[in-house]
Design a binder for this molecule. Structure first.
Ligand SMILES: NCC(=O)CCC(=O)O
Ligand SMILES: [Mg+2]
Length: 329
């Protein structure tokens, strides 16, 4: 007895495979993270992120033009802050002439149509490398939310289209939304890192920004009191639902590959755009394995990004964005 249905018919040639393909990757899917530093003429490679760079504002302009020419229309800005400017409250984050504020203006000046999203969190500005203010050895929630709301207003004043709070304090989406609305930034959106896990895949990013938690007595050694336990799944639904109710326009799951079950749960639970952040450790793993000749870089990259979208992501924040777009164009 031969089967009536032969599924292999739909796989016989590339033409039929592409005709029935369910997930298509395009430049529209990507959000490009960018690392910005003070100085001039700087394009420095991040040691643990081969072929990924920190840019000073002058060279950031060229990179923005390149991204736009590739059809990449959205960026997510991160700044590397001088140690001398860091303190417990991240005061420098509110400087109207700070590096982030200038970076936003720089992008808008060379490419007004580029969508500019900004990282809103204390850690790059914190002398302790934490996403919140520390009092008596603890990360305090509500005082941190106030700073995050002010930071968001400051980014909006500089011209940001979206703010992206990456800290996981409770209630910060509401605090930020109210702050933006009261300052008449009703059209500035919020992409919430709503299910961000306490992951060990962030190491290279912390190298990039020199933002790892410091090793000092009475300072928490990790971010487990605010980022989520990677053993938890249902909690991601609660976190996401709360952020949607507080006014998030886009929700996010982070990291990517190890968390695609979470992405699908959220896709099945809510009708809202979902972003996935394929993080620095995921990037570094593939770079290292392909440098050793153990994995084929481009095909694994495409498989990873496609899988993230197949799981339910609408938006992929990825250090591979440029590479993928070049590969598929
Ligand atoms: N708040 C942004 C990040 O923590 C990024 C992490 C990564 O790329 O590893
Ligand atoms: Mg939350």
């Amino acid at each position: 007895m031969f089967p009536i249905r032969r599924n292999r018919r739909l796989r016989t040639t590339e033409a039929i495979r592409s005709l029935v393909r369910e997930t298509i990757i395009s430049p529209n899917d990507f959000l490009v993270p960018l690392f910005v530093v003070e100085g001039q003429g700087i394009k420095e490679e991040i040691a643990s992120m081969p072929n990924y760079y920190r840019y000073s504002l002058d060279l950031l302009q060229d990179e923005i033009k390149t991204l736009w020419s590739l059809g990449l229309k959205s960026v997510l800005l991160f700044v590397k802050v001088d140690d001398a400017l860091k303190d417990n409250k991240g005061t420098e984050a509110l400087n109207p002439n700070g590096l982030m504020q200038r970076a936003i203006k720089t992008v808008k000046s060379v490419c007004p149509d580029m969508l500019v999203m900004t990282d809103v969190a204390l850690d790059p500005f914190s002398s302790y490398g934490h996403d919140g203010i520390i009092e008596h050895g603890k990360i305090v929630n509500d005082a941190t939310v106030e700073v995050l709301a002010e930071m968001s207003i400051s980014h909006a004043e500089a011209g940001a289209d979206f703010v992206a709070p990456s800290d996981m304090m409770d209630g910060r989406i509401l605090g930020i939304r109210e702050g933006l609305d009261q300052s008449n930034f009703i059209d500035v959106g919020i992409m919430s890192y709503s299910a961000k896990y306490a992951s060990s895949f962030y190491g290279p990013f912390r190298d990039a920004l020199d933002s790892a938690p410091v090793d000092l007595q009475n300072i928490p050694k990790d971010k487990k009191t605010y980022q989520m336990d990677f053993a938890n799944r249902d909690e991601a639904i609660r976190e996401t639902e709360m952020d949607i109710n507080e006014g998030a326009d886009i929700v996010m799951v982070k990291p990517g590959l190890c968390y695609l079950d979470i992405v699908r749960d959220i896709r099945n639970s809510f009708d809202i755009p979902i972003a996935v952040y394929q993080v620095s450790g995921e990037y570094a793993m593939l770079k290292a394995a392909s440098e050793k000749g153990w994995l084929d870089h481009d095909s694994v990259m495409l498989e990873q990004v496609t899988s993230i979208k197949r799981a339910g992501a609408d938006i992929v924040a990825s250090y591979f964005a440029k590479d993928v777009v070049k590969l598929i164009s």
